[in-house]
Design a protein around this ligand. Structure first.
Ligand code: ATP
Length: 925
């Protein structure tokens, strides 16, 4: 049992030393022993999952559905009408069916629980004075946490020091305004108003801070609320709604048919009441699609598991179906389409261009001037540029452990490439940083696309170093450093710089501009007043670093696949328009004619114009993340189903708005991950396409499953129709128990197997499914009832008449009891089961040859079929079951006939599929 919640109110007000004492920690964080003690005292930092429904109730629910109740009642009636064996058998079948659904539900639950475990969130803590990453579950009270923009806060904590930390507390308070958090105690109005406390479940939107955990897990304010809201039901997904509707509709049809058959049995055939009821029951059971919901849930869960293996973690089952409907993907460029492995190829200075060779690692290459290695000190511009990118840099690159290994990067790849550039010059960055300590950081943000630092040199002078997107830097530039001199920048200089940038950008290379400015004495007096707006101006342009970020190798195939699947991809990048377009064209996203809309243009564009623009070949460059939201909305207004990627704090609105928000698992912030529906563990665009393919597969498997369970209704009902229409002259060729055998017995496992069928080749060659399209569409109805169902009815009835013929029909009347009757109904039943074996094989593909995907490639179906044959053999040969099911042993000739049934059925269907492939390919659903 975790220890008591600590009073955060009191702790927030204590002098800091007393606070450290009370939470048994220090400004160095906890040490290893203290962590152990706290762990033992408070347990893991987790919000215990909502218990959900009581297990017993969940179990019982499977025995209280409409169909289950019908079967219970029918059992009673059968017993009441002195058909004891039948009554008990009906109950037994009902029990087995309920247990099976319960097992399916459990399996699905297990799958989604396993998935949740794959999503651990990390936190940075300082323990024993060392900064380290741990799972948030391992945080204990007293832990010193480092929080930066984009992190979710995972414990209630007191702020120790804050660098303009702003927190979004809307999850707790409902207020969307950001709250400033500071180290000093100040109590505002109402709950959650202490300025020096942060709460679990909220997120850091800007700035950074060190905070010390006070309460964790269920002791946090969030945990207390979670306790209250536990047990609330989640909203049903569109698929669930559709399935419920389908089940309801089919049940109404089933009951109507049941009532009609009941009346017909009484009035046409003059059956007694109870017998008529049992007879009608067979029809009702045949038509109610009992296993539908649990099987669908299970195949969704299995789809989610398969997606996880392909690096796409889906947060809830609903997203699986939306993925299959996706028509547009709005995708970032850097890291998603490209590798995010920046290598600097060139350093462009107004007076010289350097080619950088080598793989880009220490000792592995040098900066070259033509054939000659360049030494630092040769060019004032180069020196200053290297100094600027070293001081204005928050990334550490540790040399690789192995000679051929990759260096370890702690920070961003863009900055890492700059670190490596400086290392190639053998520049001692530690020394440089010690000589020019940083006084202030104007942090990078993707709106202004720049970062600046203010550093103090040995003489005590302050210099601003800026690096960032060229257009923005140029706009703030007043002078230029060239040939060792600083002079006013001219239009000619600007043109030259832009021309250089353009020629690199056309090759898909990215330019990062570097500039600086010495601060005035006045400015140096009070740095707290220095903001990006008032400081990043009148800069002196130094040069450009030109970096390559190659496309991911698998991107070409993924883009092609997406296009074949009718999915459009719209690149939305913070990078420049020419670089963006060059990469987009290179990887086949768009043609050279595509329109490029820049962030500035987008700002001035009306919603209608934007809606028009996104219809054509288009990409967006130099956009701020907030603008992505508009792009998503414009597409949705055009009726598209939109997936959007994102990684930063400001991407959250677009991720929430999109039908499928996709966050980057490796480089994404917690905020983005929280807002998203799906997380890519490898940040790779190709994984989105793999997930869409799975999404489509799951949906199409559900349709295959539907086709299979519906088609057997026809041969199950057909004998009853013969019986009724002949006014009883044709004795019932299939008894009620036999119908139950098929519907709740032999059909179960192969149906389940269809739910786990692999993607059919061609599933990505169809256009996306329309949101309006129904699960049970015309093609399935036609195939189930008019094709598979009718053929099975004819075959099974033929078998029935054939057995009778062998015993002298039509000379003698058809026998209604005794061994001939039993043998005739047995062969009818067995023939339907063997037709179902063919149906299982035929339903596996929509148009691909089943031989191509491999007759035995779905082990679940093969097991299902073996089980089916085993079960039917038991029913036919075990004497006790013969009595219950009114069956009779079959001879060798009859078995040969049965075994032969699936062969022509599969071959004929193969012929039809071949015909479809040849003449109707581009198929509709
Ligand atoms: P995408 O949006 O496709 O992922 P991106 O990585 O270029 O592309 P941002 O991260 O928003 O998008 O970066 C936008 C621009 O900001 C970059 O093109 C670059 O010019 C500049 N930039 C990126 N990182 C830094 C940094 N650490 N310091 C300064 N400027 C940077």
């Amino acid at each position: 049992m975790p220890s008591q919640k600590q009073s955060s109110d009191q702790l927030a007000q204590m002098p800091i030393d007393q606070f450290y004492q009370t939470v048994a920690s220090s400004d160095n964080g906890l040490n290893a022993n203290q962590v152990k003690t706290q762990e033992a005292k408070y347990g893991p930092n987790v919000i215990t999952a909502a218990k959900g429904q009581n297990k017993l109730w969940q179990f019982l629910k499977n025995f209280t559905s409409l169909m289950a109740i019908l079967l219970w009642v029918s059992g009673f009636i059968a017993i009441f009408a002195q058909m004891l064996e039948l009554g008990i058998a009906i109950w037994a079948v009902n029990m087995i069916n309920g247990l099976f659904s319960f097992w399916q539900e459990n399996q699905a639950q297990k799958a989604s629980d396993a998935l949740k475990k794959m999503l651990p969130t990390k936190a940075t803590v300082i323990r024993d004075g060392q900064s380290q990453q741990i799972d948030t579950a391992a945080i204990v009270p007293g832990d010193l946490l480092v929080i930066s923009a984009g992190d979710s806060i995972s414990a209630d904590a007191r702020v120790i020091s804050s660098d303009s930390l702003q927190v979004d507390e809307s999850a707790l308070t409902g207020e969307s305004d950001l709250t400033d958090k500071k180290a000093d105690y100040h109590h505002g109005e109402g709950k959650f108003a202490e300025h020096n406390l942060v709460y679990a479940g909220t997120v850091a939107s800007a700035g950074s801070a060190k905070v010390m955990a006070i309460n964790t897990g269920m002791n946090t304010e969030f945990g207390q609320i979670a306790k209250l809201t536990q047990g609330q039901q989640s909203k049903p997904s569109p698929l669930e709604i559709e399935l419920n509707r389908l089940t309801r509709q089919l049940s109404i049809i089933a009951i109507s048919i049941g009532v009609a058959f009941f009346l017909a049995a009484i009035f046409f055939v003059h059956y007694p009441m109870a017998q008529s009821f049992i007879f009608a029951l067979g029809m009702v059971v045949a038509f109610i699609p009992e296993g539908l919901l649990p099987t669908v849930t299970l195949s969704l869960a299995q789809g989610v598991q398969r997606m996880a293996k392909k690096h796409a973690l889906v947060k809830n089952l609903n997203s699986v179906e939306t993925l299959g409907e996706t028509t547009v993907i709005a995708s970032d460029k850097t890291g998603t389409l490209t590798q995010n492995q920046m290598t600097i190829n060139n350093v462009w200075l107004p007076d010289k261009v350097y080619t950088v060779s080598g793989e880009g690692y220490v000792n592995n290459g040098q900066v070259m001037d033509g054939d000659q290695p360049v030494k630092a000190g040769k060019n004032a511009g180069l020196d200053l540029l290297l100094k600027a990118v070293t001081l204005n840099n928050d990334t550490a690159v540790k040399a690789a452990n192995k000679p051929d290994g990759q260096p370890q990067i702690v920070g961003t790849p863009t900055e890492a490439s700059l670190v490596i550039l400086a290392q190639k010059y053998q520049l001692n960055s530690d020394e440089l940083n010690a000589q020019n300590p940083r006084q202030k950081t104007l942090v990078f943000d993707s709106d202004r696309k720049r970062m600046s630092t203010i550093n103090k040199n040995e003489k005590g002078q302050l210099t601003l170093y800026t690096k960032g997107a060229l257009d923005g830097v140029l706009a703030k530039t007043k002078s230029i450093l060239t040939n060792g001199q600083v002079r006013d920048i001219t239009d000619n200089d600007v043109q030259q710089i832009q021309a250089a940038n353009e020629s690199y950008a056309k090759q898909g290379l990215r330019a990062l501009a570097v500039a600086y400015r010495d601060l005035s004495d006045n400015e140096s007096q009070d740095l707290s007043k220095a903001t990006a707006e008032n400081t990043e101006q009148n800069l002196t342009f130094v040069g450009l670093t030109i970096m390559a970020d190659p496309p991911r190798p698998e991107i070409y195939a993924a883009v092609k696949k997406a296009h074949q699947a009718g999915i459009r991809i719209i690149m939305v990048t913070g990078d420049g328009p020419i670089t963006g377009k060059s990469v987009a064209v290179k990887i086949g996203l768009v043609s050279n004619q595509a329109r490029v809309v820049t962030g500035d243009e987008l700002t001035n564009m009306s919603d209608d114009d934007l809606r028009e623009a996104v219809k054509g070949e288009v990409l967006f460059a130099r956009v701020a993340p907030e603008q992505k939201y508009r792009i998503v909305k414009a597409n949705q207004a055009n009726g598209e189903i939109v997936a959007s990627t994102g990684d930063g704090v400001n991407d959250a609105p677009a991720l929430k708005q999109a039908d499928i928000g996709i966050a980057m698992g490796a480089t994404g912030t917690d905020v983005a991950k929280e807002a998203a529906d799906m997380i890519l563990t490898d940040d790779n665009f190709a994984s989105i396409i793999a997930a869409i393919e799975e999404g489509r597969t799951v949906y199409s498997n559900i349709q295959k499953f539907l086709l299979y369970i519906l088609n057997s209704n026809v041969p199950e009902a057909f004998p009853s129709v013969l019986f009724l229409f002949s006014g009883g002259l044709i004795p019932l060729p299939l008894t009620v128990m036999q119908i139950l055998t098929i519907d709740l017995g032999t059909d179960m496992l192969p149906a389940l197997g269809l739910g786990s069928e692999k993607s059919e080749p061609g599933v990505m060659q169809e256009p996306p499914r329309s949101r309006k399209a129904h699960l049970l569409n015309k093609s399935i109805i036609w195939k189930a009832f008019a094709l598979y169902g009718l053929v099975a009815s004819l075959i099974s009835s033929a078998a029935y008449f054939f057995v009778n013929y062998a015993y002298g029909w039509p000379k003698h009347a058809l026998s209604a009891s005794g061994s001939v009757y039993a043998e005739a109904t047995t062969i009818t039943l067995a023939a339907i089961v063997f037709c179902q074996i063919a149906a299982a094989m035929n339903a596996r593909t929509k148009y691909t040859s089943v031989f191509k995907i491999g007759l035995f490639s779905n082990r679940h179906i093969i097991t299902g079929i073996i089980f089916e044959i085993f079960l039917i053999s038991l029913i036919i040969y075990v004497p006790f079951l013969q009595g219950v099911f009114n069956t009779h042993a079959l001879g060798v000739a009859e078995w040969l006939f049965l075994i032969a049934i699936p062969i022509p059925l599969v071959l004929l269907e193969e012929l039809r599929k071949w015909f479809v492939r040849k003449y109707f390919m581009k198929l509709s659903q």
